[in-house]
Design a protein around this ligand. Structure first.
Ligand SMILES: [Zn+2]
Length: 261
């Protein structure tokens, strides 16, 4: 984000009078999305519970073929035996949590033949459309594996979905708007991410505002750069008390804020 644009946006926003519920709904200066990847069964069930404790919805991104017999270990972290299936994803979606696509089989897509990479993105979206209750491509976010993409793949995905999550310039984006299409996030690993998250959150909260997307994975010993369960609980407990902050899944943030900025 260019700083000049950002100041212009926030200044204009601050000068707007508040017209009732809708305007005040979007009056937060800071939005944080904790965007969890890969579809770890145990962690994702627990993450849904923790978010519910604080009246929040979890932002959970899963691999389309992660539950299939054909799915093979990606690395030391994404292991087939740890992943959930679409029965679980549908249950969590029905409870209001956000389940979004994290590719067909977790390849580093820019390293594939471009035609094959595009086919895999399309196949993933078709599978979600056919197997996930309430899934709407026009509201969906495609979360690139390893946060690796290029402009050709971004543009292909954007013919199918509302936005893509990749890694362009760190964790901070302008507040969600109709122009939010290529979203940037940051992630940390392979060791435990608690201290990194604290540092990112505190430094973000000391700014004038924006939208921070942190890409996380599992809890305890699951996934690359996991979080401690107790830590994440205490973090949400602290953050929900901040009036100027919204904690939202990426897709819900886009839907809620589009039209206001
Ligand atoms: Zn992943």
């Amino acid at each position: 984000m260019k700083r000049r644009q950002f100041i212009k946006t926030t200044t204009a926003g601050a000068l707007l009078p508040s017209f009732g519920f809708k305007a005040s709904k979007a009056s937060k200066t800071h939005v944080i999305s904790f965007s969890f990847d890969d579809g770890f069964k145990k962690s994702f069930i627990k993450l849904a519970e923790i978010h519910e404790e604080y009246g929040l919805k979890a932002c959970l991104n899963v691999i389309a073929s992660g539950h299939m017999k054909s799915f093979q270990a990606v690395d030391d972290y994404i292991l087939p035996e740890l992943l959930g299936d679409f029965d679980l994803w549908n249950k969590l979606a029905l409870e209001g949590h956000e389940i979004m696509p994290h590719s067909w089989k977790h390849l580093n897509l820019p390293r594939q033949d471009p035609y094959e990479a595009k086919k895999l993105i399309s196949k993933c979206i078709v599978y979600f459309n056919e197997n996930l209750v309430g899934f709407s491509p026009s509201k969906a976010v495609f979360n690139f594996p390893f946060n690796a993409s290029n402009s050709e793949l971004d543009q292909h995905a954007l013919t199918l979905v509302r936005a893509v999550r990749t890694s362009v310039n760190g964790a901070i984006n302008p507040l969600p708007s109709k122009d939010s299409r290529i979203l940037s996030c940051a992630s940390h690993g392979p060791d435990i991410s608690d201290d990194w998250v604290t540092q990112k959150v505190n430094s973000f909260l000391s700014t004038e505002g924006g939208w921070m997307i942190l890409n996380l994975h599992g809890l305890e010993n699951e996934g690359w750069g996991p979080l401690s369960t107790d830590y994440f609980q205490s973090l949400l407990k602290r953050l929900v008390k901040i009036n100027t902050l919204d904690i939202l899944p990426v897709g819900i943030a886009l839907e809620k804020y589009t039209g206001f900025h």
